[in-house]
Design a binder for this molecule. Structure first.
Ligand SMILES: [Fe+2]
Length: 553
């Protein structure tokens, strides 16, 4: 097989379906310099294999058509928790940070190998304070004064201090971890105490403790930065994050003085201990609001926050006893959040152009076609060279105005479940040697940052539980793909068009939101080729439609 054309442009749009009058925002990234040509096409076929029907498309006039400047847009993966506003110990205030954690990649984090469990830590210039795993996977406390790092040279020196247990934590094992510090005296203490993995597990290694006197009169830096879970802030003056933690965190706590062992034990209980009210700064319950992105503080301070990039919630906590497999039935045993350095919800790209669907645009499958002309002919086909990317979207008829007897229900929920599936990029018995066969598979192989599907795994080998369309979805693009999902369903579009059957296009997202009312006007609903994922609302909508004899008489 000849070498695959290398993609130099891709993008996504939000939303991916719209009715006349609604707006779509297109986000584009170029991986090489140079402008690109954008235009609007209506798509009737997307299978460009030699034996396929080809990419069949018709250009439609659109205001965004024309030459546009290309630009690179980065994707920052990795989930974390961020607390509202500023807070935590300042100056030379003593503190204790503690939690139950289950690291899944100890000693193998991205960028410099450190993984922050919690803290107010700027990894870029090493200021603030953090409870973390060091590059060896051992529990560590790091403290940095302002004025160091890139700005080093000031009279105050910007001192750095750290303490490590020196003993790597075990992958996939729960442990109680704590760090306390009295910056004024320099006193610091670390506790790394392995916990039983499950009922009957009595083979637990002994607790490790380290006590040391760090430099005296340390001043805690980064006072203006938010307190974070599972990540540190990145380079100064940027919105980047660094030193992601991989694994679960359960019952994180922050107190405004150095606690005794008994006090740490009291603070480890699920409810906030009244006797510590005077010194508690935050007592977070990750079992609260599991179905949302909210982080809830049980302390009187109400120091709440939110998780970013969809870490996995509703996962078993340190005290899960195996008796209940549904988090809704045993919230107290599902108080952990599983963070991953490769979680991704929203790529967050800037919008390059928008398109408001005109009133007279027929319902159908469309795409913004992007032809990158900034680099030389990559595939030698003489068509002017450059890469071509298509960002597909679905245009519905105006609300409750069916324009045909037939509706093609595009299974966008299933497209999301399989979005950027990487199953074929690993040698396996079903799919072969793992060598990418299509241009978009080749892109996925060299761009891990666009994330995987529900059929793939995170870097720590735990399964991916969430998907999103707020990122480039390569296997949804007409052309340069195996005929599966939308590229396959376009064969249905081609066939309907070929036989002269008029049809409207609707999607899972509208069925989820509007229910049976969406289906009601149609005599016939056609599904796509692999509609496998349904919300309760979608099933109820379909059942109601079918229960009313299905079609309009
Ligand atoms: Fe399936």
């Amino acid at each position: 097989m000849s070498e695959l054309r290398r993609k130099t442009i891709t993008g996504y749009c939000d939303p991916i379906s719209a009715r006349p009058g609604q707006q779509l925002d297109f986000k584009v990234c170029c991986y090489e310099d140079g402008p690109y040509e954008a235009d609007l096409v209506r798509v009737f076929g997307g299978d460009d294999r030699p034996e396929g029907i080809g990419v069949i498309e018709e250009v439609v006039a659109a205001p965004f058509a024309g030459a546009r400047d290309g630009r690179f847009q980065a994707i920052h993966t990795g989930s974390y928790g961020s607390l509202d506003g500023q807070g935590g110990p300042v100056g030379r205030q003593s503190f204790t940070m503690q939690a139950m954690v289950q690291p899944t990649l100890p000693g193998r984090g991205l960028n410099p190998g450190r993984q922050v469990i919690m803290g107010r830590w700027r990894a870029g210039d090493e200021t603030g304070f953090a409870l973390l795993l060091d590059a060896d996977g051992a529990l560590a406390l790091a403290i940095g004064e302002d004025g160091g790092g890139e700005d080093r040279g000031g009279d105050d020196g910007g001192r750095r201090a750290s303490l490590s247990t020196g003993v790597p934590m075990r992958r996939g094992r729960w442990a109680f971890v704590a760090a306390s510090c009295k910056p004024a005296s320099g006193g610091a203490r670390l506790v790394q105490r392995p916990l039983p993995t499950g009922p009957g597990d009595s083979l637990v290694s002994p607790a490790i403790e380290r006590t040391e006197t760090l430099a005296k009169n340390l001043t805690l830096g980064a006072a203006g930065s938010p307190f974070l879970f599972a990540v540190g802030h990145g380079a100064p003056k940027t919105a980047e994050f660094s030193a992601h933690f991989n694994g679960k965190i359960d019952r994180p706590r922050l107190a405004g003085r150095a606690l005794s062992d008994d006090e740490m034990a009291a603070l480890s209980r699920p409810a906030m201990p009244r006797e510590l009210t005077d010194c508690i700064l935050g007592c977070w319950d990750f079992a609260a609001d599991i179905s949302s992105d909210r982080i809830t503080d049980l302390s009187p301070h109400g120091w709440h926050g939110q998780v970013v990039n969809l870490p996995t919630r509703g996962v078993t906590g340190h005290n899960w006893d195996g008796s209940e497999h549904n988090w809704r039935h045993a919230l107290d045993q599902y108080g952990a959040i599983h963070f991953h350095q490769d979680d991704l919800y929203d790529a967050g790209w800037q919008t390059d152009f928008s398109y408001t669907v005109p009133e007279d645009l027929p319902s159908g499958v469309y795409a913004a076609r992007l032809r990158h002309v900034g680099h030389r002919d990559g595939n030698g086909d003489g068509n002017g060279g450059g890469d071509v990317d298509r960002i597909p979207f679905f245009v519905l008829p105006p609300k409750v105005q069916a324009t045909a007897d037939v509706a093609l229900l595009v299974p966008t929920a299933s497209y999301m479940a399989y979005a950027n599936t990487r199953q074929r990029l690993q040698p396996n018995l079903i799919f072969g040697d793992g060598h990418p066969e299509y241009v978009n598979d080749g892109f996925l192989a060299s761009h891990p940052e666009v994330g995987g599907s529900l059929y793939d795994s995170h870097d720590d080998r735990s399964g991916i539980h969430y998907s999103s369309r707020l990122r480039p979805v390569l296997n949804m693009k007409p052309g340069d793909n195996r005929p599966w999902g939308l590229p396959a369903d376009l064969n249905i579009v081609a066939w309907l068009s070929h036989i002269g059957q008029e049809f409207d296009v609707i999607t899972d997202e509208e069925l989820h939101r509007e229910g049976a009312a969406l289906l009601q006007p149609y005599r016939c609903i056609m599904t796509g080729s692999h509609p496998g994922y349904h919300s309760t609302e979608m099933l109820d909508g379909s059942a109601t439609y079918l229960g009313q004899a299905g079609r309009r008489l």
